[in-house]
Design a protein around this ligand. Structure first.
Ligand SMILES: Cc1cc2nc3c(=O)[nH]c(=O)nc-3n(C[C@H](O)[C@H](O)[C@H](O)COP(=O)(O)OP(=O)(O)OC[C@H]3O[C@@H](n4cnc5c(N)ncnc54)[C@H](O)[C@@H]3O)c2cc1C
Length: 465
């Protein structure tokens, strides 16, 4: 039987967090292999390559990856300018992947199909943690199996978009009219311009991705008459997307929310909030039916639908492992209460590391945006600190692994009470906006409120730039 210590750690996914995990393991002298399904690293970022990050360069690069690049004389921007998804790949992740150290351990075109333990399925307990992991990998040449001492799942969620319906299942007509529906963030002002110009588009979703598409469609409508946009959300709580405006420590994120709010309040973008979509059908164009508190409604006729309702993790990959997941977010159980959008609307989370990201399956960790399961608001900074802690734990350095130090930019919105449509003009949030340079973590906020205190600004952070 192969000994665990003789094996590399395996990283599933060559996105920004997977590559950062590899850089941290290398920095500790640990052998590692990275398996990336795409033909090149970070293909998900390229799918929304036209989208500009809210986070500036200085918060978008992992420190261990930056050091590795610096050793090869490669500089990555470290300033306040905002990269696009494509910039992040061309100026950071592609150069990182081409360093000799990384090139030697990354396999592209290698899709991990499943993970298990060598010689035992999920049911067997005896000596379980002493057995290597076995990864089943599909490549152009066929399917193979490799062994690993530990597995870091950084496979993201991008390829598993949520459907149109509020109930999470495809609605009637959703598959039939798939050619008129785009899941994700179309490049409305670039490569998909011809598809959206002179057309009426319904955007569904209440997050920043939906917000970005709406702003782009409004720009297109200004340039090309006959272009129009309509917005529908399941929720009447638009706190997260309207955001904290000037209080947001990522100004671009604050500006997006503020612009969106202005477009809705001025009536330039008609918004139907609180609609649960039930069907898509055709009648002189596409009609989208839904239920609202006032009864059934039909939206349209429209030409196209953009579905930006978030993503969900692929759990098939880990079916043979003993995972403990939050029942509704499908993230590691310990992380669930820290990021649950039912409980709070903050962008910030308390520091967390290998302990929160581990599972009963010893040596297996979920990191990156997949660690948030179905919850929104993941930031790369979170992922980089996660993998620093996890790499230290795999290397057996529990002191470093436990010393998690996450400081995230505040959204300026920290409220357990949602802003509803009727309150659009109100600035009230959490007894006033979160003070700048404070981490108004929502758990602490909720606790503070239960004892009658004002919750925001419960903990100082080192975030100030
Ligand atoms: C539009 C948009 C804007 C964002 N803006 C910001 C921002 O401003 N600031 C910020 O900090 N964060 C932002 N994020 C959030 C987050 O940083 C990104 O989603 C980031 O890409 C997450 O990195 P990741 O490595 O966890 O996942 P991904 O980048 O999705 O990488 C996962 C990788 O795993 C690969 N993979 C998947 N399945 C398998 C498999 N079975 N086998 C092998 N490989 C597999 C994929 O091909 C992919 O390369 C944004 C996200 C989106 C969608």
């Amino acid at each position: 039987m192969t000994k665990l210590d003789d094996l590399p750690a395996a990283v599933i996914g060559g996105g920004p967090v997977g590559l950062a995990a590899a850089a941290h393991l290398m920095a500790r002298g640990m052998p590692v292999r990275v398996y990336e399904a795409g033909e090149k690293v970070a293909p998900n970022l390229l799918e929304w390559g036209h989208v500009r990050f809210f986070s500036p360069w200085k918060y978008s690069v992992d420190p261990a990856a930056r050091s590795l690049l610096a050793r090869h004389g490669k500089e990555v921007p470290d300033d306040n300018s905002l990269p696009t998804g494509a910039d992040l790949v061309s100026e950071y992740l592609a150069p990182l992947a081409s360093t000799p150290e990384m090139a030697a351990v990354i396999e592209t075109g290698a899709r991990v199909l499943a993970v298990s333990r060598q010689g035992m399925d999920k049911v067997v307990s005896k000596d379980r943690s002493t057995r290597p992991f076995v990864l089943q990998i599909a490549k152009a040449a066929g399917t193979s199996r490799v062994l690993a001492r530990a597995v870091i799942d950084a496979s993201g969620t991008w390829s598993q978009p949520n459907p149109l319906a509020a109930h999470g299942l495809p609605v009637e007509g959703e598959i039939e009219f798939a050619d008129r529906i785009h899941y994700g963030i179309p490049d409305v002002l670039g490569r998909h311009r011809a598809v959206y110009a002179r057309r009426k588009t319904l955007v569904v979703g209440a997050g920043h991705s939906a917000g970005g598409v709406i702003l782009d469609l409004v720009s297109l409508a200004e340039a090309v008459p006959g272009t129009a946009v309509l917005w529908a959300t399941r929720s009447t709580n638009l706190t997260r997307v309207f955001g904290g405006g000037l209080e947001d420590q990522l100004p671009a994120r604050g500006e997006l929310g503020a612009s969106l709010k202005e477009l809705v309040e001025s009536g330039r973008v008609p918004l139907v909030a609180g609609i649960a979509i039930t069907a898509v059908r055709e009648d002189r164009g596409i009609l989208v039916d839904g239920d609202t508190a006032e009864g059934a409604r039909s939206l349209g006729p429209i030409d196209r639908v953009v579905v930006a309702t978030g993503q969900r993790p692929n759990l098939d990959l880990t079916r043979e492992l003993r995972l403990e997941l939050d029942p509704w977010l499908e993230c590691p159980r310990a992380l669930g209460p820290l990021i649950d959008p039912n409980l709070h609307s903050c962008g910030s989370v308390p520091p967390h590391g290998h302990r929160e990201l581990s599972h009963p399956e010893h040596g297996f960790y979920t990191v990156g945006i997949k660690s948030y399961g179905r919850a929104p608001t993941f930031l790369l900074l979170t992922g980089y600190e996660q993998v620093r802690s996890v790499a230290a734990a795999i290397a057996g350095d529990l002191v470093a692994a436990d010393e998690v130090r996450l400081a995230l930019p505040e959204t300026g919105v920290c409220s357990t009470r949602p802003i509803t449509i009727g309150e659009l003009a109100s600035e009230d949030c959490c007894s006033g906006p979160a003070p700048a340079n404070k981490d108004a973590c929502c758990i602490a906020e909720t606790e503070a409120k239960t004892v009658g205190e004002i919750g925001c600004g419960c903990r100082e952070t080192a975030w100030a730039s």
